[in-house]
Design a protein around this ligand. Structure first.
Ligand code: FAD
Length: 505
């Protein structure tokens, strides 16, 4: 089957959005009443609602919902299983719904241990009204009064904070008694009762069949489709775009072994930072020999993912019965200041770890040992900013997608782990196990087509439109000029809401 041989079917819309994850679905929602015929193309299918959704063994050992696709580690040449999911709703079907805003400093130029984190082409204040809307859409629960780094808000969180369960509350008390400022983490989970928490306990990493978790499908795409102005085609794998001069004419896709040509006035890529870059790089044509939107040579470059560590603290004497653990955050070392020479990053809780999650990474450890450990562990996630580097990049090779990633800014990450080890031991957890995550843990991927003012040093303008093309926008995390050290999804959503009026025209 070759697109050049003549596609069998032609589809038309005013606006085509490629990818139905956080960026694509939020944008579809924002365009639902724009007077345009909006078509969302998604390579995945609807994720079935079934008991296996929340079974960590199905998810992590049987890899029930994972793609069979493998990517190439550009450094070693070995294949790896990427941490991406191809379903309607994208990675948000599996995410932990931690939905913080980025800090004011994340939009500014900041000095880090390993160099400079660049400024964004717009400021926090420009995004603030859209954060408000995104928090409403994704039902974010939080408390803006506790974290000293909380950016200015034009109103309170739309939903009250999720309270800590006993073990997390005790940890928060211990942190506070050390002079730190633990806070209630912003999250898009509707967990009014303990029963709801127990039912959705696996939702950081697993889909949530109970609907307690706000994801891109249930909160944005479904209401958009309900208007009748937005259409969704599933199982449509877009393989390239075709452009003449400054205009994208068509997207080519495969669906059930059939070729499709999709024509539209405006195209939006929201396939996730790696796939979006791969699509642009693969869309080589006479007018765009280096791939689409790539006159700067930056498409695929400046790939970032966060330096992250899974930090497991165990007190062998006490069981941890917490059902929903992701209620606490700590940003005391997020920005430089007294006793913090450079930014170290963020501490937040992981969803409660269970044996199958660790067994997948440590198959040789006997199950009963893991059961003992996970039933007593407090599970923490540490992230430090990964700085943009030209040489960290996505490439398209004959064998498939290759990712060259050499992590940087590791010294502050080690310092964050050291400081957290200290406070965790003080909180009564003598045993600490840490695992720094590698190239497979790319859930926070971003930066492969950065936005900026100068076409020589960026791929997109400040409205996320390609400098090189009049009708192509990017609405996923590929536009991020820097990775910050916080979860990206709310910022992706807020940005999609920000650029929607420009796309609506
Ligand atoms: C286990 C896990 C936990 C996470 N926890 C959090 C969290 O707590 N908070 C947070 O902020 N973030 C979290 N994330 C990250 C978050 O899910 C992503 O940042 C976010 O979903 C990215 O949005 P996106 O629109 O850029 O891409 P995605 O959500 O990945 O969506 C991209 C979509 O494009 C589709 N697609 C790809 N290629 C093509 C193609 N060629 N043709 C057609 N369709 C295509 C994909 O199938 C997918 O549906 C987590 C991720 C994972 C995996």
């Amino acid at each position: 089957m070759s697109n050049d041989a003549g596609p069998e079917q032609v589809v038309r819309a005013d606006v085509v959005i490629i990818g139905s994850g956080m960026g694509g679905s939020t944008l579809a929602w924002a365009l639902r009443d724009a007077g345009a015929d909006v078509l969302v193309l998604e390579r995945g299918q609807r994720l079935p609602v079934e008991p296996e959704n929340s079974d960590p063994a199905q998810m992590h050992l049987m890899k029930r919902y994972r793609t069979a696709e493998q990517w190439i580690d550009g450094q070693s040449g070995r294949l790896f299983d990427p941490g991406v999911y191809y379903w309607v709703g994208g990675n948000t079907k599996f995410y932990g719904a931690c939905l913080p805003r980025f800090r004011v400093s994340d939009f500014e130029e900041v000095e880090h241990a390993d160099g400079t984190s660049p400024a964004w082409p717009f400021r926090y204040a420009d995004l603030e009204p859209h954060y408000v809307e995104a928090e409403r859409l994704y039902r974010v629960h939080g408390d803006g009064s506790e974290d000293p780094t909380e950016p200015p808000r034009s109103g309170p969180y739309p939903y009250p904070r999720l309270e800590h369960e006993a073990r997390v509350a005790a940890f928060a008390d211990s942190l506070a008694s050390s002079g730190l400022h633990p806070f209630h983490m912003a999250g898009g989970m509707d967990l009014d009762t303990q029963e709801a928490r127990v039912a959705s306990t696996a939702s950081d990493g697993c889909p949530d069949q109970h609907g307690h978790k706000s994801d891109a499908e249930n909160r944005a795409l479904e209401p958009a489709l309900a208007t009748g102005n937005v259409r969704l085609m599933t199982g449509v794998h877009v393989t390239r775009l075709e452009a003449r001069g400054r205009v994208v004419r068509a997207a080519f896709a495969e669906q059930d072994g059939q070729s499709l040509r999709i024509e539209a006035d405006r195209f939006v890529l929201a396939a996730g930072a790696v796939n979006t870059a791969a699509l642009l790089l693969g869309s080589v044509g006479a007018d765009h020999p280096g791939g689409l939107a790539n006159s700067s040579g930056l498409v695929g470059r400046r790939y970032m993912v966060h330096n992250s560590t899974f930090f497991v603290a165990v007190d062998p004497r006490r069981r941890n019965e917490t059902a929903w653990q992701k209620t606490l955050g700590l940003n005391d070392w997020y920005e430089a200041g007294p006793g913090v020479p450079y930014p170290l990053g963020n501490l937040q809780m992981l969803g409660k770890l269970r044996t199958p999650m660790i067994k997948a990474a440590r198959p040789w450890v006997p199950g009963p040992v893991l059961d003992f450990m996970t039933s007593r562990s407090l599970d923490i996630y540490l992230t430090t900013e990964d700085l943009p580097r030209r040489e960290n990049r996505v490439r398209v090779t004959r064998r498939g997608i290759a990712v060259d990633w050499r992590p940087n800014n590791l010294k502050p990450h080690s310092e964050l782990v050291r400081r957290v080890t200290k406070v965790v031991r003080r909180a009564g957890y003598p045993l600490v196990f840490t695992q720094r995550m590698g190239i497979e843990t790319n859930s926070h991927q971003c930066g492969t087509a950065v936005a900026g003012h100068d076409p020589a040093t960026s791929v997109l303008d400040a409205d996320c439109r390609a400098h090189d093309l009049d009708n192509l926008w990017l609405a996923d995390s590929s536009f991020f000029p820097s990775s910050a050290a916080l979860n990206p999804a709310l910022t992706i959503a807020a940005n999609a809401l920000r650029i929607a009026p420009r796309i609506a025209g």
